[in-house]
Ligand binder design. Structure first.
Ligand SMILES: [Zn+2]
Length: 422
């Protein structure tokens, strides 16, 4: 008993001085429910040494090392640290400040300071890894944020960053200003053969992946239309892949999805207007779908929709219908909400909507752990409770495989063997 109290105090000290040398600690964690990234187990124990999981299985089969810090929560579920598939750390909720103003009026320095807070909120919500899909006018501030997190200057999730992202000339915003003015864009424009140079430049400046906007609202009546040609997307992907990275495509229309998938995109972001044909193609080529349901719901609410009291607008109905279509077609579905459009740390909103739109909670837990890890080529490091993988662990009160919103009740967050919240 005394040892247990002492160990708890040591653990608390780790919380207070995270990021130092405490990743050398040994932890023995138990919970009535353990989700290993694939399925739920009862009465498991997980042994962590340094930054690795060294054992996981039934409590009876794992002996407790003498020096281990013991952590047990009753009525709780232990899981791999969650993985956010689509975030923008350099943005914050559009109902607080519209996107144009954030991009055009706020300095990169100010936005970066805010981003450090967003990173902390993300981590403390149980998300130990996140893809950041574009700095939206803040240059390579995401690369700097990632370094500050990796150097233990600020707490945050392990990041995969896109840097500036690539858009076709004329397609992206901010828009509608006097053409005599030089308006800074939310991403880097490039076309034709110049795309090879821009991809290489972004890689050189620290991009872990290349994000392209395969369509955008630039049709005759501002409807969403494809931007890059199939050949342009193929060139982007060829240069990206030869560097060992992947191309990630923002695509809403079925034609842009088709082109991006054929060109070799690893993930399709948003996919609002996917159809049976594009689903079939995605399934065949193993392209992972990141639905961003929370972004669509949030922007629709910001425009005045009162969810629950007013009928669902057409865009929400379409999103719901197509999410079901993707599910029924057997497309691999990952988890990513486009957080930044809505508040950081509220990442679970996307998972709640996935359940609300018809996916089983256990499947949603898989999407945010093992499916995302594989889609982002991180499955040898994270996404499961498995010996040899990094000690990225989150514990939640209750049972999220029954009630997904239990993910809002965070009890513990460990990243790389370091406890950030307990
Ligand atoms: Zn986005």
């Amino acid at each position: 008993m005394l040892t247990s109290v002492k160990n708890t105090l040591i653990a608390l000290a780790c919380v207070l001085f995270f990021g130092q040398s405490f990743s050398q600690s040994t932890y023995y964690l138990t919970a009535p429910l353990v989700f290993d990234g694939e399925e739920m187990h009862r009465e498991w124990a997980v042994l962590v040494q340094g930054n690795k999981i060294i054992a996981a299985g039934p409590v009876s089969g794992i002996s407790i090392p003498e020096n281990a810090v013991r952590i047990n929560y009753p009525n709780a579920t232990l899981m791999p640290g969650l993985i956010e598939g689509h975030s923008h750390m350099l943005l914050y909720a559009y109902n607080l400040k519209d996107w144009d103003s954030q991009v055009l009026k706020e300095t990169d320095a100010y936005r970066t300071v805010r981003a450090t807070v967003h990173a902390r909120e993300t981590l403390l919500a149980g998300f130990t890894t996140a893809r950041d899909l574009g700095s939206e006018g803040a240059g390579y501030a995401d690369v700097a944020l990632k370094k500050a997190i990796d150097d233990n200057i600020v707490p945050g999730p392990r990041l995969l960053v896109a840097g500036r992202a690539i858009v076709a000339t004329g397609s992206y915003g901010p828009k509608g200003y006097d053409h005599d003015q030089q308006i800074m864009l939310g991403a880097e424009p490039a076309d034709g053969n110049d795309l090879a140079r821009v991809v290489r430049d972004q890689i050189g400046k620290g991009a872990d992946l290349i994000k392209v906007y395969a369509d955008y609202r630039w049709g005759l009546n501002e409807e969403t239309k494809p931007t890059f040609t199939l050949n342009e997307l193929k060139l982007i992907n060829e240069v990206t892949q030869s560097s060992g990275r992947v191309m990630v495509a923002h695509a809403k229309t079925s034609e842009a999805i088709r082109r991006a998938v054929l060109a070799g995109a690893a993930t399709i972001e948003h996919g609002d207007l996917l159809d049976a044909e594009t689903c079939k193609l995605m399934k065949e080529l193993g392209t992972v779908y990141i639905p961003t349901l929370a972004a669509t719901e949030s922007t629709t609410r910001y425009k005045g929709w009162k969810k629950g009291t007013e009928p669902e607008p057409e865009n929400i109905q379409v999103k719901k219908k197509n999410f079901k279509l993707a599910m029924e077609s057997g497309v691999l579905i990952g988890m990513g909400g486009d957080v930044g459009v809505f508040p950081h740390g509220q990442n679970v909103l996307e998972m709640e909507l996935m359940v609300n739109y018809g996916m089983k909670p256990l499947q949603v837990l898989k999407a945010a752990t093992s499916v995302n890890a594989k889609a982002f080529k991180l499955d040898r490091e994270i996404g499961r409770i498995q010996p040899g993988l990094k000690a990225d662990i989150a514990i939640f009160s209750g049972n999220p495989s029954v009630n997904i919103s239990d993910l809002r009740k965070v009890l513990l967050v460990m990243k790389d063997g370091v406890v950030y919240k307990q």
